[in-house]
Design a protein around this ligand. Structure first.
Ligand SMILES: Cc1cc2nc3c(=O)[nH]c(=O)nc-3n(C[C@H](O)[C@H](O)[C@H](O)COP(=O)(O)OP(=O)(O)OC[C@H]3O[C@@H](n4cnc5c(N)ncnc54)[C@H](O)[C@@H]3O)c2cc1C
Length: 478
């Protein structure tokens, strides 16, 4: 069949765009090179829904950040995704930094950000008692929040599928031809998909995808951000997200709670190769020595894991590039969607659909569109009475698989059955938190692997951590 629109890349931008398109009577297909959605920047970032005082007024970043942040709370309710409007502070350690903080307030107000005020060091410590005595003032922002970024992409892709979109995983786009009426999009393995319109939301790969359409003027550099995640015992160290005063290198090292109750510290910012997901001793040391400047009691003995994410930084501009292709008018590119791309993503999706309309896509309302989705891990948010009701109907909800995070077999089975179906250990982990706790999957891996094999009808030796080549077990069963 020929799709109306193909979206390349299933991060938050592509997945929310696909969902936005299913509001209309359109045949939509989401193509993703990896074995699951949210495997790029949307997998590993600070998870902050930024107020919008950082981007320069008048830029696309400023407009879409502020709009996206306003949309995020309602969107997360519809999609049953973890979100909390916890607010943030940008702390200053000197009068010079305090001047910068005041400038951020003015900038934020120009951008239309609500809930900004500059407070003294003592006022900041009253709100956040663990802050350092050396802080002389702070920008308080009450409109920012935290979100679960990968589940936002999972839920958006799932909701798009529930509303009729197709998702093709393991489909790395390597060729696009255009006969003037329709595109033929070809994967690395030779599969073909036809579509009248294309959205390029390929994250760090979006410069390469744009070049396939003849738009070769953008070059993306990967900028790595490393993180350390601490145990839930430390999750209440701060209530708000604590930033330090930004420098040319970026927003600096933050200390923040996550929506799941852990404490997150990072990120660093170093140029690297696309595909480099390593963490380094230097990076982690930098986080340690910098985070304690704002929150001295962060106890790095409680780190349960470290990870890194890659920003898609555009060499040609600091702004988001979201525009109709110059060479191939039925294509829309989203290039250089670095921070605050997560915060902006709900607004980016709407903006892309507007550009598609200008490019000729007919937007006829889909009356059957259902904006709501119930997450496979909804069970953990229920009261004990409600949990008992669920267990009566499905006894698998009474069996705990991951003891650190109290994840049940019922939730894992739901993750394997619900759109977009998890097929790898990491996909189950992202959707349910099985393996995300203190023991980092030490105990639950064999059980989860067994459930994946059973549900997919495959040998356990074929179960992977994150796709082909990452098989967990090797050898013959004796
Ligand atoms: C360290 C770090 C910290 C950040 N912190 C924040 C924050 O706190 N708040 C905030 O708002 N933003 C933050 N961001 C930015 C935010 O994470 C990104 O802007 C956002 O996730 C981008 O989403 P995306 O969908 O454009 O890209 P991605 O999530 O990278 O998705 C692109 C997808 O395209 C796929 N793909 C690539 N090439 C191809 C191809 N040829 N064929 C098929 N598929 C392909 C990839 O596998 C990937 O899944 C941060 C980013 C990083 C890296």
């Amino acid at each position: 069949m020929t799709y109306d629109v193909v979206v390349v890349g299933a991060g938050v931008v592509g997945s929310l765009t696909a969902r936005e398109l299913t509001r209309y009577k359109l045949k939509v297909c989401l193509l993703e090179s990896e074995a699951d959605v949210a495997m790029g920047a949307s997998r590993a970032n600070s998870a902050i829904v930024h107020g919008g005082y950082d981007p320069v007024p008048g830029t696309l970043k400023a407009k879409l950040n502020v709009e996206g942040t306003v949309m995020m709370e309602g969107l997360c309710k519809e999609l049953d995704v973890g979100y909390r409007k916890n607010g943030s502070m940008v702390v200053a350690f000197s009068d010079e930094q305090l001047e910068h903080v005041k400038m951020l307030k003015e900038r934020g107000e120009k951008n239309g950000v609500k809930g900004l005020s500059v407070i003294s060091g003592d006022e900041a410590r009253k709100l956040e008692p663990q802050l350092s005595d050396t802080i002389v003032g702070a920008l308080l922002c009450t409109s920012s929040g935290i979100v679960c970024p990968y589940n936002l992409a999972v839920a958006a892709a799932g909701n798009a599928m529930d509303n009729g979109a197709d998702l093709k995983l393991n489909f790395r786009v390597t060729g696009i031809s255009d006969d003037g009426d329709k595109y033929v999009v070809t994967s690395e393995k030779g599969e073909k998909v036809e579509a009248r319109y294309i959205v390029n939301a390929a994250g760090l790969g979006s410069d390469a995808v744009a070049a396939l359409l003849g738009d070769d003027k953008w070059h993306l550099t990967a900028k790595k951000g490393e993180y350390m995640l601490l145990d839930k015992a430390d999750g209440k160290m701060v209530d708000r997200t604590i930033f330090q005063t930004p420098t040319k290198a970026g927003k600096g090292i933050l200390v923040t709670p996550t929506v799941d109750g852990n404490l997150l510290t990072g990120p660093t910012s170093e140029k690297t190769e696309k595909g480099d997901k390593s963490t380094t001793l230097e990076g982690l040391d930098k986080i340690k020595s910098t985070a304690v400047l704002s929150v001295p009691k962060v106890d790095f003995r409680d780190v349960i894991t470290s990870f890194s994410g890659l920003r898609a930084s555009c060499d040609e501009t600091d702004d988001f590039v979201i525009e109709q292709s110059e060479k191939s008018k039925r294509a829309v590119h989203a290039v250089g969607i670095d921070s605050p791309g997560l915060s902006a993503s709900p607004a980016i999706a709407v903006y892309i659909v507007e550009l598609l309309k200008k490019a000729g896509v007919k937007l006829e309302r889909n009356e059957k569109f259902n904006p709501n989705r119930v997450s496979c891990s909804h069970f953990r948010h229920l009261s004990n009475e409600e949990k008992n009701e669920w267990i009566k109907k499905e006894p698998a909800y009474g069996r705990i698989i991951c003891r650190c995070e109290n994840v049940t077999e019922g939730e894992i089975l739901a993750a394997l059955r619900q759109n977009p179906k998890a097929t790898t250990l990491d996909a189950v982990k992202r959707r349910t938190r099985a393996g995300m706790g203190r023991c980092q999957a030490g105990f639950c891996t064999p059980f989860t692997t067994g459930l994946i094999a059973q549900e997919l009808g495959i040998e356990e030796t074929k179960v992977t951590k994150f796709g082909e080549g990452s098989e967990l077990l090797i050898g013959e069963r004796k």
